[in-house]
Structures are given as structure tokens and as C-alpha cells.
Design a binder for this molecule. Structure first.
Ligand SMILES: [Fe+2]
Length: 243
């Protein structure tokens, strides 16, 4: 991919080190995305979800793996010689312990309530916010490699958001209005996506070398997908979510 260049010589070593560390955190987020999507697919299958929904869940897993590949490509350029060092540093740990380090619950079939909350909070509400932060960084970046990476990362997010809403509609199809209300309250109280891994590096963020936090306003396009859930959030600030 010769067009996807990164001019390392433009930046101080210290800044490059922080940017590489930031992209390792993004890679960790993507790894969580793979595990989370696989878990959602398994939970939906256990609940006898229709094959069409399971097919989409399978595509989401595949796309999250692609996002991990994109991060590996970025890290090859940012930290040559440390390419593909996408695993957490403590590789001596058992996989289940590594999962715990990534903040993941142990692999068990989730309750219907937990699954619904994941689909709404992490996918329907969370993915548009993640996409917005990548889109904002892409608008600033002058490095072709990172412009490509942001495009690849945000490309699937809108579809993942609508998948989350559609799958949640199926999961809660027999829920009462009161149960739906409780779900909505729980989702609004959940921490935003990537909130634990945000870099908070104004210098790198101003150059688009790392994505910055964006405000958590919902884009208007997701609202029709939330309506069948019986959830009616107010849209705001759709400007930040254009991509
Ligand atoms: Fe992703």
C-alpha cells in the first residue's frame, strides 16, 4: 500500500512514542470489539435468533477483525520492529486472564437483559460516537496512512450501530414498556465507548494523530432505528457526526 505513508521525520520522538501507545490502546479497543461481537453472536444464537440476524452478527465479527488488522498496519509504521505487538504486554498470562485485563467478563452466555444492554449501549449508542471521534481526527490528519486507517475504522460503525438496534429490537420483542424504560435508563448510565482508553494528549489530538473525545450527542440518522425499541432520545449536535 505505497500511498499509505507516514512521515515519521516530521515529529519528535517523544510525540511518536505517545502516538504509538495511543494506537496500541485503539488496537486493544478493537480486540475488545472482536471478543464482544463474538459474544453477541453466541448469545443471539443461544436465544434462537433468526439466521439473518446471526449472519449480520458474523459480519460484525469479521469487520472488527479487519479493524485490528488496520491497527497492526499503523503500528508497523509508528513503531517499526514492534509490528503486530497488539497483545497486552503480559503474554505469559492465560487467555482468560488476558481477557480480564481487557475489562471483559468471563465467557458465559449473557442474560437477555445484559445482551439487550450491550446491543443498545455499546452498539446503537456507542458506535456512532466512536465513528464521530474517528471522523473528527480524519478531518485534521495530514498523514495518508492515518487518514486511511480512520476511514477503515469508521466505515463499518454505522452498520454496527444499526445492527445493534435491530438485534435489540428482536431481543426485547416481548418486553413490557416498563422493562424497556429500565433498559433505556441503564444504557444512558453506562460509560461512553473508549472512555477508559482515551489518550488525552492535546498535541497529538490537535494534529489528528490520535482521536479526541467528542461530545456524546446522538446523530439524527440513528433515531429511526431506536424508535422500534420504544426509546426516544433527543438528537443534538449532529455536526460532529458527519462522515
Ligand atoms: Fe471496530
Amino acid at each position: 500500500m505505497p500511498a499509505h505513508t507516514f512521515a515519521r521525520s516530521r515529529y519528535a520522538t517523544d510525540l511518536l512514542g505517545r502516538v504509538a501507545a495511543g494506537w496500541r490502546r485503539i488496537a486493544d479497543d478493537q480486540r475488545r470489539g472482536v471478543i464482544g461481537a463474538a459474544r453477541v453472536a453466541a448469545d443471539l444464537a443461544a436465544l434462537d435468533a433468526p439466521p439473518a440476524l446471526l449472519m449480520t452478527a458474523g459480519h460484525v465479527i469479521q469487520e472488527e477483525i479487519h479493524h485490528l488488522e488496520v491497527c497492526a498496519r499503523v503500528l508497523e509504521e509508528l513503531a517499526p520492529g514492534r509490528a503486530n505487538r497488539l497483545d497486552p504486554p503480559d503474554l505469559g498470562q492465560a487467555p482468560s486472564e488476558r481477557g480480564a485485563n481487557l475489562g471483559l467478563p468471563r465467557a458465559t452466555i449473557s442474560s437477555e437483559r445484559t445482551l439487550a444492554r450491550t446491543l443498545v449501549a455499546d452498539y446503537a449508542l456507542g458506535k456512532p460516537v466512536t465513528a464521530a471521534s474517528f471522523a473528527a481526527a480524519r478531518a485534521l490528519i495530514r498523514e495518508p496512512l492515518l487518514a486511511w486507517a480512520y476511514t477503515e475504522l469508521l466505515h463499518d460503525e454505522t452498520r454496527h450501530a444499526t445492527f445493534g438496534a435491530r438485534a435489540a429490537v428482536w431481543v426485547i420483542r416481548n418486553w413490557s414498556a416498563r422493562e424497556r424504560e429500565a433498559l433505556w435508563t441503564a444504557c444512558l448510565a453506562a460509560p461512553g465507548p473508549g472512555s477508559a482508553t482515551h489518550s488525552n494528549d492535546p498535541e497529538a489530538e490537535a494534529l489528528g494523530l490520535l482521536p479526541a473525545d467528542v461530545d456524546c450527542a446522538l446523530p439524527r440518522w440513528i433515531l429511526p432505528h431506536l424508535e422500534p425499541l420504544g426509546l426516544h432520545p433527543r438528537p443534538a449536535n449532529e455536526q460532529t457526526l458527519l462522515h
